[in-house]
Design a protein. Structure first.
Lengths: 105, 424
């Protein structure tokens, strides 16, 4: 049995934590959206039958959603209403919403 | 088809009626909890569908008297001749397709102790939790001279449908040079920017088709939603055509005479060719009978669960609820419906509901290519839903016309999306 280097071990641990976190996010996703997330579909379509110039966010990469919300909040990204809405959410809330949407279809 | 459905409903009602003899408050395996939702508008239909999704084991029944839903958002565009009423109408086929039992009947009463909803034919629907989404009712008699007969002469058009078409026909029949008067009520009422969007789109119609006409808004208030944006747009688009008379300048209408289409204020009388009376309102009728409306006529709720502060086991969502800083809008109703559904799903399993965050976004058209918006984010605070500090607000006052055009496109997109999500 070969030894596992410290570096590899920490990578394995990190992967395991990430897997657990993803699984937890998936459980939360099927059970209940985090605070604020359910309201998004008032404008961002979920139903495949709806067409809109407003982008779908279900299934979008988590980091991309986080970045978009942070940029809307800081004013770095131009917006019509998302700047006003993003200011109502903390970093933690944005992370939770992004994680949830990333797991949605 | 119709007879089959009726037979099915009768059977369903009979079967569930016997279940009331065995009140089950905790749910062992196999005993599906029953949730009845009354009212199939943006709030009720959203809640029923969200609940089915969150808790597939729950038996969800949606009670709605009308076979078709007629949406109020964008109905001002129907009045202004920009859109047909059919574009406002939606059926419940896909709602039923989610496995929700549709009961096409008027709910006439609630027994909060026995936990049953009474229908117009006397049948009773038992529930473990009840969600009331009855929208608004007109407070007939609050404005002297304005009753149901008067509404046939001076339409309110504040519940979309025949009244919407009536107001449009009256405008179409009016000769050029006529006076149109809108009376706007004191707060609170359904759709705070609605009277001013309506005035805008009627002004657009008059400017285009009957340019010698005039429009006056008689207002029971001195301030209104998106006021600076509306007033700047009016000065730009409808100068000399549209006049707003606030409370302090004699805008409060104290009585009306339907026979002569006259609106009386403390300062004078306005005889209109077309009069649109937007009267004082209250929660939809069943709220009072269920004991969930307070002396204001609206329904106090817990900001986490939307459970009534007056009756346990009954939740109130949408325009009927007193939702603190949240306006009475379709977006707010949809947001509240999903929050309420998540809370009900948890309460039925004995779990503690999580603290929600809600959103509102509300567009108004000042002209077909000129949109403005207000947005807000809300959270429970001090027993109410309060604005999250630093969030929300209206469109910038100095935005270029290109931004107004984009917001007009987004307004229409919003309507397609929310109706598609709720009814499609």
């Amino acid at each position: 049995m070969g030894r596992i280097s410290d570096g590899l071990m920490s990578k394995l641990v990190a992967t395991a934590i990430a897997a657990v976190a993803t699984a937890a996010a998936a459980v939360v996703a099927s059970a209940e959206p985090p605070p604020g997330a359910a309201a998004c579909s008032g404008c961002h379509p979920v139903s495949p039958r709806v067409t809109s110039p407003v982008p779908r966010i279900a299934g979008i990469d988590r980091a991309a959603i986080v970045r978009a919300m942070q940029d809307f909040r800081s004013g770095q990204r131009a917006a019509t209403v998302m700047d006003r809405i993003a200011k109502g959410f903390t970093d933690d809330e944005i992370q939770a919403i992004a994680a949830w949407f990333a797991t949605q279809k | 088809m119709k007879a089959t459905r009726r037979a099915f409903l009768k059977f369903g009602v009979a079967a569930t009626a016997s279940a009331t003899l065995l009140p089950v408050r905790t749910f062992a395996q196999g005993a599906a909890p029953r949730v009845v939702v009354v009212g199939g508008g943006f709030a009720g239909a959203s809640c029923a569908r969200a609940l089915r999704q969150a808790a597939p084991r729950v038996a969800v029944t949606l009670v709605e008297a009308n076979p078709t839903f007629t949406a109020c958002p964008f109905s001002n565009a129907v009045i202004g001749g920009l859109r047909e009423l059919s574009a406002q109408q939606f059926t419940y086929e896909r709602v039923a397709g989610d496995g929700i039992t549709m009961v096409r009947a008027l709910a006439t009463g609630v027994d909060a102790q026995a936990r049953t909803v009474t229908l117009a034919d006397g049948a009773r629907l038992p529930y473990d939790r009840l969600v009331l989404a009855p929208g608004i009712d007109i407070r007939w008699g609050a404005l002297p001279g304005y009753d149901e007969a008067a509404a046939a002469q001076m339409p309110h058009a504040w519940r979309a449908g025949e009244q919407t078409v009536l107001l449009r026909r009256q405008l179409e029949a009016m000769d050029d040079g006529g006076l149109v008067v809108i009376s706007a009520p004191a707060n609170p009422f359904r759709c705070p920017p609605g009277p001013y969007e309506r005035a805008s789109l009627i002004a657009h119609y008059l400017k285009t088709k009957k340019p010698r006409s005039k429009l006056i808004i008689l207002d029971a208030k001195d301030a209104f939603s998106k006021q600076r944006l509306f007033q700047a747009a009016w000065a730009e688009l409808y100068p000399g055509l549209l006049e707003w008379v606030p409370l302090s300048k004699g805008g409060n209408v104290t009585s009306v005479d339907a026979g002569t289409r006259t609106l009386v204020t403390d300062f004078g009388r306005h005889q209109a060719k077309v009069a649109n009376v937007i009267p004082p309102q209250k929660a939809g009728r069943i709220a009072e009978g269920a004991g969930v409306a307070d002396r204001t006529g609206w329904c106090p709720i817990d900001p986490v669960t939307f459970e009534s502060k007056l009756q346990a086991g009954i939740h109130v969502i949408g325009d009927a609820a007193i939702a603190g800083a949240m306006p009475k809008s379709a977006f707010a109703a949809n947001s509240q419906a999903k929050t309420c559904a998540a809370a009900v799903a948890r309460l039925l399993t004995g779990a503690v509901p999580s603290t929600p965050k809600l959103i509102n976004t509300c567009y108004s058209l000042v002209a077909p290519d000129y949109g403005i918006s207000v947005a807000g984010v809300y959270q429970p605070s001090g027993g109410q839903l309060a604005d999250v500090p630093g969030s929300g607000g209206v469109s910038p006052t100095d935005a270029p016309r290109a931004t107004r055009a984009v917001e007009a496109v987004l307004a229409e997109a919003w309507f397609r999306t929310i109706t598609g999500e709720v009814f499609g």
